[in-house]
Design a binder for this molecule. Sequence first.
Ligand SMILES: *Cc1c(COP(=O)(O)O)cnc(C)c1O
Length: 452
Amino acid sequence: MLSVAEPQSQTDSQTVYFRCIAGCSAKHSIFDVIYRCPSCGSLLEVHHEREPLKKRDASQWRQLFDSRVGTTTWPYGSGVWGMREWVIPSLADENIVSMCEGNTNLFWAERLGKQLGVPDLWIKLCGISHTGSFKDLGMTVLVSVVKQMMAQGSSVKAVACASTGDTSAALAAYAAYAGIPAIIFLPAGKVSTAQLIQPVANGAHVLALDTDFDGCMKIVQEVTQDKSIYLANSMNSLRIEGQKTVGIEIAKQFDWEVPDWIVIPVGNLGNISALHKGFQLMMDLGLITRMPRLVAAQAARANPFYESFKTGFKEKISVTAQNTLANAIRIGSPVSYEKAVKAIAETDGIVEQATENELAAAAAHADLTGMFTCPHTGVALAVLTKLIKRGVIKSSDKTVVISTAHGLKFTDFKVGYHESSLEEVTSQYANPAVYLPANADAVKAEIEKRIS
Ligand SMILES: *Cc1c(COP(=O)(O)O)cnc(C)c1O
């Protein structure tokens, strides 16, 4: 039987609130329907005042979070809600919409690391999650807040998002779990079959538009001007609160040691901002004493953040994102640009890019060491390879690659690679199945040829 946790303190709502990232002074309730600063239009962030959190010291926090891993006490079995005090403390237990997300594997990529020349290489496998990507971490938080808003009589009737695929899968699943209608805007023909079928199966209202992701993003922002439809894209900073737990989880899994590098594929730049926010909170509360260096990995065909980095972030550059195998990061005008610039600046970070051929080769290479990488993880691995070759990441460095989605959501990419049919890609690791007659001699001859 599940036991029920103690209720949260009433004062949380005064110490956890939305504030403007550009520094405007107003505080807004996280239960208000608000996505941008009403004074200057900048994005908001959920701010946790540090003083109340300092009532526990670093070792007490470590112990508390460590003690919840694997528990059946609701809602602490979730990797996100196991850090509830650092996420959204003022939610009632019954409003938390969780399918036990988080607590994903962080495993030693022993063979791949040795082959690449960084033996201390680790993969954080966020794709091992309910809908197959890290997006579940943010969606459990956003949908829980909406459930509480609706329970308190808010006029919100539905949730909506534009998506390159994984956001819609996560939103549709969590909304269906909570019984809240979901409206999904997808760029027609630009998401994988697996990504499209998830919101369809979960009963969402799926609207495939004749545009790209950035076009869908414009429409959803217009539609959600109506306050009864709540915006679930990562410009809504509630998502970031869930996603930031990935960095805290990494530290926890390393017994609160910080890796030298974390490489992450980026599109709209919410996830890297979240990663930074989690590490910053741990620094402020004394759980860790240094930051990891963050590497943002972009597909060369959708690389506005890389282009901005090259100018020293003098200005935000937008591009028209081209078709890329890494379709979840096919974004030309990233919403969380300012937050991500801060993440790179404050961690001595780097932005690098990978071509279609590089990302496909890196993914296929990793698969040969037992992984099943999505194309976005391929982008991160290709960028890792470049930085090792350039001598930036050293052989003794402890490095984590964040694998953002499950490879099984991208079987078209895998099939295309091994059939050598992908554009701009030379399938150097292609390993197609061989078709033989059901004849033992033919089979033995084939095995003889292959294994000698
Ligand atoms: C959303 C997504 C990303 C990019 O995250 P951003 O927050 O948009 O930068 C990377 N990989 C996968 C698989 C995704 O679904």
